[in-house]
Ligand binder design. Structure first.
Ligand SMILES: *[C@@H]1O[C@H](CO)[C@@H](O)[C@H](O)[C@H]1NC(C)=O
Ligand SMILES: *[C@@H]1O[C@H](CO)[C@@H](O)[C@H](O)[C@H]1NC(C)=O
Ligand SMILES: *[C@@H]1O[C@H](CO)[C@@H](O)[C@H](O)[C@H]1NC(C)=O
Ligand SMILES: *[C@@H]1O[C@H](CO)[C@@H](O)[C@H](O)[C@H]1NC(C)=O
Ligand SMILES: *[C@@H]1O[C@H](CO)[C@@H](O)[C@H](O)[C@H]1NC(C)=O
Ligand SMILES: [Zn+2]
Length: 490
């Protein structure tokens, strides 16, 4: 047949070349025909021997192979490994073991298509699918994510049932379109270290989640959660909790029981406040809470001594910050942009590790003088109604000079009471003194208390690299206390 085709082509060529007048046109025609033939042959070869397209969507590969220890027998027709070119590597990695079961195989190469179903142990799981049960065991329906395995809920239930038996250390239930947690998820066991429920449509978590006491990583991002169950506080080994992109309005007060927590990401939720127990998270290193509706931070934030890396509370509704923030002295980066801050704490300059401070787009008119002690690499402060250097009226308006050199006796006694922590209750002191005591202020320099006798001024100085900003300071003893030196303005 090949020779006949050959003779046809030769006849056609000789005919067209020698019986046609235009040799050039014929030459071009022959060229085109031969190119077409060549690509047709290439295509055919590709179809016969080519590899199927690889699954490039998976970047991070996690293999979880559990060995079922009970003498588990496969049925009569154990699925055999198909030896096509692409699967050789995968087979080498997963030898023909009678009892290897893959719990989470979402990211397996698609060639590995013959893991036995956990339920019937006969039929192979389908290609490119992470479910551990075969289609018939999952009573599949066509409108599913994975055509062989039914809806996300059914598949997830299958995975969880399997996990309750196999006791894996990690479980991936992400992207299953789940509206509720599969039943019995809490009963998988305390050996579970990592649980990924991200990218579903969960509106709530069951209380039994608190049974997973071994959990170290818990991924809940991209769901529709409005709150977390109180029982989450039982996860006392949890190191990372990611619940960004949900609709969480409040965190349970039991949060403080998760004493190992080191990364907490609650970005893009509806949080209005943090529970005060957050102060118990002594290991917390990163707190990411931007895009929430936080109006204030709890005072307890000062107890987060290990908050080293980051504090991100930008794009919230913060109006003021607790003074205690200045005690998180390990902080390196603080993001506070896009809030409604009118001021930042007076003693911010105590954060001597601070290298980045972002306060763009707030209502700040001036910064505390202590800021000039910091060695900031990044300081973004634009889009604030900062006092301009030529605005003498505002500057003078903020300047106070005490009329007397010596503070009045009432001032001195009030300072004494506060400095020595003298306990007083209503009626113990004259009403004038009482009024004073209720309005204690802090010296920018010595941090001591003052009331009515002080000096205040606005100076302009550099903060960060070439940022000339207004700095405000209040000095308790402008005339004779050598500890109270105003900030250098040169
Ligand atoms: C959760 O699972 C998804 C899908 O398997 C994966 O892409 C993602 O990286 C996992 N998340 C984490 C934080 O491990
Ligand atoms: C967990 O937190 C709650 C509320 O803060 C507290 O009452 C409870 O004692 C804590 N439990 C443990 C085990 O620490
Ligand atoms: C928290 O999530 C945000 C948004 O995806 C991300 O930019 C940030 O790096 C995360 N922070 C932590 C500590 O994981
Ligand atoms: C901060 O973390 C270190 C090591 O992780 C730990 O030793 C230390 O006790 C923590 N600090 C506090 C205040 O708990
Ligand atoms: C000066 O301060 C007073 C009240 O303290 C305020 O009403 C006034 O608007 C201020 N003037 C300027 C120019 O800031
Ligand atoms: Zn002072």
């Amino acid at each position: 047949m090949g020779s006949r085709l050959g003779s046809y082509v030769t006849t056609f060529l000789t005919d067209s070349i020698f019986h046609s007048g235009d040799v050039q046109a014929t030459g071009i025609a022959v060229c085109i025909v031969s190119m077409l033939c060549f690509s047709l042959i290439c295509f055919l070869i590709g179809l016969l021997f080519g590899k199927p397209p690889g699954n490039n969507a998976c970047k991070k590969k996690k293999y979880l192979v559990r060995t079922v220890s009970r003498g588990c027998q496969f049925g009569r027709s154990r699925p055999s490994f198909v030896s096509n070119i692409g699967s050789k590597k995968a087979i080498a990695r997963f030898p023909k073991q009678k009892n290897s079961v893959i719990v989470s195989c979402r990211e397996l190469p698609r060639q590995l298509n013959n893991v036995a179903c956990l339920c019937c142990k006969i039929v192979a799981a389908k290609k490119n699918c992470r479910y551990t049960r075969c289609g018939s065991c999952c009573r599949g329906n066509k409108a599913s994510i994975c055509h062989a395995h039914g809806t996300g809920g059914t598949a997830a239930q299958g995975i969880v049932e399997g996990a309750c038996q196999d006791k894996p250390t990690e479980l991936d239930l992400s992207y299953l379109n789940l509206k509720r947690c599969p039943d019995r998820i809490g009963y998988i066991g305390s050996q579970l270290v990592s649980l990924n429920l991200s990218n579903n449509r969960l509106a709530s978590l069951p209380d039994e989640i608190g049974f997973l006491r071994g959990l170290e990583e818990f991924f809940l991002q991209y769901n529709c959660l409005t709150e977390l169950p109180n029982s989450i506080g039982n996860l006392q080994k949890l190191v990372e909790l990611d619940c960004k992109n949900n609709r969480i309005r409040r965190l349970p007060n039991t949060l403080g029981n998760m004493t190992c927590l080191s990364i907490l990401n609650v970005t893009n939720n509806g949080l209005q406040s943090f529970p005060s127990s957050i102060g118990k998270l002594h290991e917390l290193e990163e707190l990411c809470a931007h895009s929430n509706q936080l109006t204030e931070l709890p005072d307890e934030i000062c107890k987060l001594e290990n908050l080293t890396s980051e504090l991100d509370i930008s794009s919230c509704e913060l109006v003021y910050l607790p003074d205690s923030l200045s005690r998180c002295t390990s902080l390196v980066k603080i993001w506070l942009s896009n809030n409604k801050l009118k001021a930042i704490p007076d003693q911010m300059g105590r954060l001597n590790q601070l290298k980045e401070l972002h306060v763009r787009n707030n209502q700040i008119r001036y910064f505390p003088a202590s800021l000039s002690y910091l060695q900031l690499y990044t300081f973004s402060a634009n889009h604030n109604p900062l006092i301009e250097e030529w605005n003498i009226e505002s500057i003078l308006n903020l300047s106070v000079q005490p009329s007397q050199v010596i503070p009045p006796l009432s001032e001195l006694s009030a300072r004494c009471i506060v400095k020595n922590d003298v306990y007083w209750s209503k009626g113990d002191v004259p009403t004038a003194l009482e009024d004073m005591l209720l309005n204690v202020r802090q010296c920018s320099s010595c941090e001591g208390p003052f009331f009515k006798h002080y000096k205040s001024q606005v100076v302009f100085s550099n903060v960060g690299v070439f940022h000339r900003v207004p700095l405000y300071q209040q000095i308790c003893s402008p005339y004779y206390n050598t500890h109270c030196q105003p900030v250098d303005t040169k």
